[in-house]
Every structure is written in C-alpha cells, then in structure tokens.
Design a protein around this ligand. Sequence first.
Ligand code: IDP
Ligand code: MG
Length: 155
Amino acid sequence: MATERSLILIKPDGIQRRLAGRLIARIEDKGLKIVGLKMLQVTTELSRKHYEEHIDKPFYPLLEEFITAGPVIAMVVEGPEAISVMRTLMGPTNGREAAPGTIRGDFGVSRQMNLMHGSDGPEAAAREIEIYFDGSELIDYEPTLGGWVCADDEK
Ligand code: IDP
Ligand code: MG
C-alpha cells in the first residue's frame, strides 16, 4: 500500500453551482488530506497541457471551452492509494451512469460537466501536480487525527 498524491480540480460547473464547499467536504469526510489548494483561471494553454492526451479527440474543443469558462479550485490530495480512492469517490466520467453515493452520481447528469477532475494514475498525478502547483505551495503537515484514519501499515 502506498501513500499517494492526486491532482484534483473542482471544475467551473462545481464553482458556478456553488458546490465547492460540499465537494471539498466529501474529500475531508473520506479521511484524505488536502496538502495544497488554490483558485485559478485555466487558460487555453494550461488546458492544452493538462488535457494533452485528449487534444486530438472530437470533444476537445468543447472540453477546452468548458474548463476555461470560469475559475476552478485545484487541490493536491494525499492519502493511502489516494489516486484510486479519489476516482472511486468521484465515480465514472458520465454523471448519468455514476452510482448514487459517488460525487458525479449525486451531483450531476452530464458527461462533460462532471464537477471534478482526478488524476488517473501515478504518472498522470506527478505530471498534473507539477502543471498546477509549485513545490512551495504544497504543505507537509500531520493532522491531529491522522492516527485515527488508518493503521500504520496502511500508510
Ligand atoms: P475522466 O475525467 O473521468 O478521467 P476523461 O475521459 O479523461 O474522463 O475525459 C476528460 C474530461 O473530458 C471529462 O471529465 C469530461 O469533462 C470531458 N469529456 C470526456 N468525454 C467527453 C465526451 O465524449 N464529450 C464531452 N466531454 C467529454
Ligand atoms: Mg481522464
């Protein structure tokens, strides 16, 4: 088991729908640790870097229009297997197919406007964290309740 970091975004629909607090609460409720957080405006250039694997796909122009349409909140979330734990917490891409109980299943009905982004693997996480954050913006700290979130051999 590994402690991992994942790059999480609350996308413009989450901010515009005033869901940011509730979405951040889902991460906190799960027991994961937020080690970096900021609001920013994604530019066309940043979108092309972040979503480079999708640039040639037919949906990319709409994705770029969406992700640059308003501010996002970017976070780095840390915890045991944080990358897959966050993907499970968010649910599948399409909100119509996401099960109730998942973030996308509880808050959305769209494939594009699906509220959050989460890295899909360790390589993507490292790449994306570097795109959105400077090392100095990430804070190492031990939450007071850290010892009650999971056992030492799970960290
Ligand atoms: P993921 O965010 O669940 O990893 P990806 O397939 O990597 O999903 O797609 C990146 C983002 O692009 C999605 O979260 C969604 O906002 C958007 N997207 C994905 N597929 C489509 C599509 O077919 N039409 C429009 N937007 C899409
Ligand atoms: Mg993806």
